[in-house]
Design a protein around this ligand. Structure first.
Ligand code: SF4
Length: 244
Protein backbone atom coordinates (compact mmCIF):
# COMPACT_ATOMS: atom_id res chain seq x y z
CA UNK A 1 0.00 0.00 0.00
CA UNK A 2 2.99 2.32 0.43
CA UNK A 3 3.01 3.16 -3.28
CA UNK A 4 -0.51 4.61 -3.42
CA UNK A 5 -0.64 7.84 -5.44
CA UNK A 6 -1.19 11.03 -3.46
CA UNK A 7 -4.14 13.15 -4.51
CA UNK A 8 -3.48 16.83 -5.17
CA UNK A 9 -6.06 17.68 -2.54
CA UNK A 10 -8.16 15.72 -0.10
CA UNK A 11 -11.26 14.04 -1.51
CA UNK A 12 -10.00 13.57 -5.04
CA UNK A 13 -11.01 10.03 -5.83
CA UNK A 14 -8.50 7.25 -6.33
CA UNK A 15 -9.53 4.40 -8.67
CA UNK A 16 -12.07 2.05 -7.06
CA UNK A 17 -9.78 -1.02 -6.92
CA UNK A 18 -7.20 1.02 -4.98
CA UNK A 19 -9.86 2.26 -2.57
CA UNK A 20 -11.12 -1.29 -2.07
CA UNK A 21 -7.56 -2.47 -1.36
CA UNK A 22 -7.07 0.47 1.01
CA UNK A 23 -10.11 -0.53 3.07
CA UNK A 24 -8.92 -4.13 3.34
CA UNK A 25 -5.53 -2.86 4.47
CA UNK A 26 -7.26 -0.76 7.16
CA UNK A 27 -9.19 -3.85 8.26
CA UNK A 28 -5.95 -5.87 8.45
CA UNK A 29 -4.06 -3.22 10.45
CA UNK A 30 -6.96 -2.71 12.86
CA UNK A 31 -7.10 -6.49 13.44
CA UNK A 32 -3.42 -6.29 14.48
CA UNK A 33 -3.97 -3.17 16.59
CA UNK A 34 -7.35 -3.71 18.22
CA UNK A 35 -7.84 -7.44 17.77
CA UNK A 36 -10.66 -9.58 16.41
CA UNK A 37 -14.23 -8.48 17.11
CA UNK A 38 -16.68 -11.42 16.84
CA UNK A 39 -20.09 -10.66 15.36
CA UNK A 40 -22.35 -11.33 18.35
CA UNK A 41 -25.54 -9.25 18.84
CA UNK A 42 -24.92 -6.86 21.75
CA UNK A 43 -28.60 -6.47 22.56
CA UNK A 44 -32.04 -7.62 21.40
CA UNK A 45 -33.15 -6.14 18.04
CA UNK A 46 -35.86 -3.76 19.29
CA UNK A 47 -33.48 -2.54 22.00
CA UNK A 48 -30.88 -1.91 19.27
CA UNK A 49 -33.40 -0.06 17.11
CA UNK A 50 -34.70 2.24 19.85
CA UNK A 51 -31.24 2.81 21.34
CA UNK A 52 -29.86 3.79 17.95
CA UNK A 53 -32.63 6.36 17.53
CA UNK A 54 -31.71 7.69 21.00
CA UNK A 55 -28.00 7.73 20.10
CA UNK A 56 -28.38 10.34 17.36
CA UNK A 57 -26.21 13.33 18.38
CA UNK A 58 -25.88 11.87 21.88
CA UNK A 59 -23.03 10.28 23.84
CA UNK A 60 -23.12 6.54 24.49
CA UNK A 61 -23.50 7.11 28.23
CA UNK A 62 -26.49 9.43 27.80
CA UNK A 63 -28.05 7.13 25.19
CA UNK A 64 -27.93 4.24 27.63
CA UNK A 65 -29.24 6.35 30.53
CA UNK A 66 -32.13 7.58 28.36
CA UNK A 67 -32.97 4.02 27.27
CA UNK A 68 -32.98 2.76 30.86
CA UNK A 69 -35.27 5.57 31.96
CA UNK A 70 -37.57 5.04 28.96
CA UNK A 71 -38.00 1.40 29.97
CA UNK A 72 -39.06 2.53 33.44
CA UNK A 73 -42.34 3.55 31.78
CA UNK A 74 -43.11 -0.15 31.26
CA UNK A 75 -43.22 -2.57 28.34
CA UNK A 76 -43.43 -1.39 24.71
CA UNK A 77 -47.25 -1.26 24.86
CA UNK A 78 -47.03 1.03 27.89
CA UNK A 79 -44.51 3.28 26.14
CA UNK A 80 -46.80 3.58 23.10
CA UNK A 81 -49.76 4.41 25.34
CA UNK A 82 -47.90 6.93 27.51
CA UNK A 83 -48.40 10.68 26.93
CA UNK A 84 -45.71 11.91 24.55
CA UNK A 85 -44.64 14.40 27.24
CA UNK A 86 -43.85 11.50 29.58
CA UNK A 87 -41.78 9.77 26.92
CA UNK A 88 -40.00 13.06 26.16
CA UNK A 89 -39.22 13.56 29.85
CA UNK A 90 -37.92 10.00 30.21
CA UNK A 91 -35.41 10.42 27.36
CA UNK A 92 -34.35 13.98 28.24
CA UNK A 93 -30.68 12.91 28.56
CA UNK A 94 -30.73 12.17 24.83
CA UNK A 95 -30.44 15.26 22.63
CA UNK A 96 -33.58 16.43 20.80
CA UNK A 97 -35.97 14.44 23.03
CA UNK A 98 -39.00 16.38 21.68
CA UNK A 99 -38.26 15.05 18.20
CA UNK A 100 -37.27 11.55 19.23
CA UNK A 101 -40.17 10.77 21.59
CA UNK A 102 -42.96 10.90 18.96
CA UNK A 103 -40.74 9.03 16.50
CA UNK A 104 -40.09 6.24 18.99
CA UNK A 105 -43.81 5.91 19.72
CA UNK A 106 -44.66 5.98 16.01
CA UNK A 107 -42.00 3.37 15.23
CA UNK A 108 -43.28 1.03 17.93
CA UNK A 109 -46.85 1.58 16.76
CA UNK A 110 -45.93 0.80 13.15
CA UNK A 111 -44.13 -2.44 14.06
CA UNK A 112 -47.04 -3.65 16.20
CA UNK A 113 -49.61 -2.67 13.54
CA UNK A 114 -47.81 -4.68 10.87
CA UNK A 115 -46.67 -7.72 12.86
CA UNK A 116 -48.93 -7.86 15.90
CA UNK A 117 -45.96 -7.73 18.26
CA UNK A 118 -42.60 -6.02 18.75
CA UNK A 119 -40.44 -8.86 17.49
CA UNK A 120 -38.20 -7.88 14.57
CA UNK A 121 -36.93 -11.38 13.82
CA UNK A 122 -38.85 -11.49 10.53
CA UNK A 123 -35.99 -9.30 9.25
CA UNK A 124 -33.77 -12.39 9.25
CA UNK A 125 -35.80 -13.74 6.33
CA UNK A 126 -35.53 -10.59 4.19
CA UNK A 127 -32.63 -9.80 1.88
CA UNK A 128 -30.57 -6.70 2.77
CA UNK A 129 -32.38 -4.40 0.32
CA UNK A 130 -35.80 -5.52 1.58
CA UNK A 131 -34.71 -5.12 5.19
CA UNK A 132 -33.34 -1.63 4.57
CA UNK A 133 -36.51 -0.62 2.75
CA UNK A 134 -38.75 -1.87 5.56
CA UNK A 135 -36.75 -0.30 8.37
CA UNK A 136 -36.17 3.07 6.71
CA UNK A 137 -39.92 3.39 6.12
CA UNK A 138 -40.32 3.62 9.92
CA UNK A 139 -40.52 7.15 11.39
CA UNK A 140 -37.11 8.42 12.49
CA UNK A 141 -35.19 5.43 11.13
CA UNK A 142 -32.49 6.36 8.64
CA UNK A 143 -30.10 4.18 6.70
CA UNK A 144 -27.50 4.18 9.52
CA UNK A 145 -29.95 2.91 12.13
CA UNK A 146 -31.40 0.36 9.73
CA UNK A 147 -27.93 -0.87 8.75
CA UNK A 148 -26.89 -1.23 12.39
CA UNK A 149 -29.88 -3.42 13.20
CA UNK A 150 -29.46 -5.55 10.07
CA UNK A 151 -25.72 -6.09 10.53
CA UNK A 152 -25.51 -6.33 14.33
CA UNK A 153 -28.62 -8.43 14.92
CA UNK A 154 -29.15 -10.35 11.70
CA UNK A 155 -25.64 -10.54 10.18
CA UNK A 156 -26.77 -8.97 6.89
CA UNK A 157 -24.02 -7.68 4.55
CA UNK A 158 -24.61 -3.94 5.01
CA UNK A 159 -22.20 -1.30 6.36
CA UNK A 160 -23.40 1.31 8.88
CA UNK A 161 -21.64 4.66 8.48
CA UNK A 162 -21.52 6.85 11.56
CA UNK A 163 -19.54 10.04 12.05
CA UNK A 164 -16.31 8.15 12.86
CA UNK A 165 -16.54 5.79 9.88
CA UNK A 166 -17.32 8.73 7.60
CA UNK A 167 -14.47 10.90 8.90
CA UNK A 168 -11.72 8.26 8.74
CA UNK A 169 -12.67 6.82 5.38
CA UNK A 170 -12.82 10.35 3.96
CA UNK A 171 -9.45 11.37 5.42
CA UNK A 172 -7.58 8.30 4.24
CA UNK A 173 -9.02 8.70 0.73
CA UNK A 174 -11.32 5.66 0.55
CA UNK A 175 -14.25 7.85 -0.51
CA UNK A 176 -14.47 11.27 -2.15
CA UNK A 177 -16.26 14.14 -0.43
CA UNK A 178 -19.83 13.08 0.22
CA UNK A 179 -22.35 12.99 3.07
CA UNK A 180 -22.73 10.16 5.58
CA UNK A 181 -25.87 8.89 3.89
CA UNK A 182 -24.23 8.55 0.45
CA UNK A 183 -21.15 6.96 2.05
CA UNK A 184 -23.19 3.86 3.00
CA UNK A 185 -23.58 2.87 -0.64
CA UNK A 186 -20.11 4.02 -1.71
CA UNK A 187 -18.27 2.06 0.99
CA UNK A 188 -20.43 -1.04 0.65
CA UNK A 189 -19.63 -1.15 -3.06
CA UNK A 190 -15.92 -1.35 -2.19
CA UNK A 191 -16.18 -3.97 0.57
CA UNK A 192 -16.72 -7.73 0.32
CA UNK A 193 -20.25 -8.93 1.32
CA UNK A 194 -18.81 -10.54 4.43
CA UNK A 195 -20.81 -9.65 7.59
CA UNK A 196 -18.11 -10.57 10.17
CA UNK A 197 -15.57 -8.43 8.26
CA UNK A 198 -18.03 -5.54 7.91
CA UNK A 199 -18.87 -5.71 11.60
CA UNK A 200 -15.25 -5.81 12.77
CA UNK A 201 -14.26 -2.96 10.44
CA UNK A 202 -17.19 -0.84 11.63
CA UNK A 203 -16.42 -1.41 15.32
CA UNK A 204 -12.69 -0.80 14.91
CA UNK A 205 -13.24 2.37 12.85
CA UNK A 206 -15.47 3.59 15.68
CA UNK A 207 -12.76 2.81 18.21
CA UNK A 208 -10.07 4.47 16.09
CA UNK A 209 -12.24 7.54 15.62
CA UNK A 210 -12.82 7.89 19.35
CA UNK A 211 -9.21 7.28 20.38
CA UNK A 212 -6.95 8.43 17.53
CA UNK A 213 -8.53 9.98 14.42
CA UNK A 214 -10.67 12.44 16.33
CA UNK A 215 -12.71 15.25 14.80
CA UNK A 216 -10.65 18.30 15.69
CA UNK A 217 -7.13 17.09 16.55
CA UNK A 218 -6.32 13.68 15.08
CA UNK A 219 -3.39 12.03 16.84
CA UNK A 220 -1.59 11.15 13.63
CA UNK A 221 1.65 10.42 15.47
CA UNK A 222 -0.03 7.42 17.09
CA UNK A 223 -1.96 6.26 14.01
CA UNK A 224 -1.30 2.92 12.34
CA UNK A 225 -2.74 4.33 9.09
CA UNK A 226 -0.31 7.24 8.84
CA UNK A 227 1.64 5.95 5.81
CA UNK A 228 -1.52 5.16 3.81
CA UNK A 229 -3.57 8.25 4.75
CA UNK A 230 -4.18 10.92 2.09
CA UNK A 231 -4.92 13.62 4.66
CA UNK A 232 -1.66 13.02 6.49
CA UNK A 233 0.31 13.37 3.26
CA UNK A 234 -1.63 16.30 1.86
CA UNK A 235 -1.53 18.34 5.06
CA UNK A 236 2.05 17.31 5.83
CA UNK A 237 1.11 15.75 9.15
CA UNK A 238 -0.99 18.73 10.32
CA UNK A 239 -4.46 17.39 9.59
CA UNK A 240 -7.11 20.08 10.26
CA UNK A 241 -10.53 19.56 11.92
CA UNK A 242 -12.83 17.50 9.70
CA UNK A 243 -15.24 19.42 7.47
CA UNK A 244 -18.33 17.61 6.26
FE1 SF4 B 1 -6.64 10.13 10.95
FE2 SF4 B 1 -4.18 11.16 11.08
FE3 SF4 B 1 -4.54 8.52 11.08
FE4 SF4 B 1 -4.99 9.92 8.87
S1 SF4 B 1 -3.01 9.64 9.90
S2 SF4 B 1 -6.29 8.29 9.70
S3 SF4 B 1 -5.84 11.81 9.72
S4 SF4 B 1 -5.19 9.98 12.67
Amino acid sequence: MAGLPISAELNVTRPAPERAALLLEVYRRFRQTYGEVPLIPRREAMHELISTILSQRTTAANEDAAYQELRQLGDWDAIVAAPVEAVTESIRLSNYPEQKAPRIQATLRAVKAEHGNYNLDFLAELNPAEGLKWLTALPGVGVKTASLVLLFNYAKPVFPVDTHVHRITSRIGAIPKMGEQAAHKALLALLPPDPPLLYELHINLLRHGQQVCTFSRPRCGKCVLQDICDAYKIYDGKVPPFKT
